[in-house]
Ligand binder design. Structure first.
Ligand SMILES: [Zn+2]
Length: 100
């Protein structure tokens, strides 16, 4: 049986039913300069030099540790029973959170 999305590994064990909020990226610890989406590994960073995929994304509301990009949250929110606090700002053309 391989109807599994390539992005799935063991996220269910630690992300099922978690609450997420929309946030601009910040360093969880001093010295960290980026994180990755827990599913697709898109880069989420405050970096403005142009290689980050997102500078805002969804983050676990309680510990601020796990980041998920907008696309993956949409794709997995039902399966994982995510609770989502307030949506991202509405922007046209699906460019939410994308660096331009
Ligand atoms: Zn993703």
């Amino acid at each position: 049986m391989t109807d599994e999305d390539w992005r799935l590994s063991d996220q269910e064990t630690y992300l099922h039913g978690r609450k997420f909020r929309w946030a601009a990226w910040w360093p969880y610890r001093d010295g960290w300069d980026h994180d990755h989406c827990d599913f697709c590994f898109a880069e989420i960073s405050a970096d403005t030099t142009g290689h980050a995929d997102f500078n805002e994304a969804w983050v676990t509301a309680d510990d601020g540790y796990h980041w998920i990009c907008p696309q993956c949250l949409e794709d997995f929110r039902t399966r994982f029973a995510f609770e989502v606090q307030a949506g991202p700002p509405r922007e046209p053309s699906g460019s939410i959170g994308k660096l331009r």
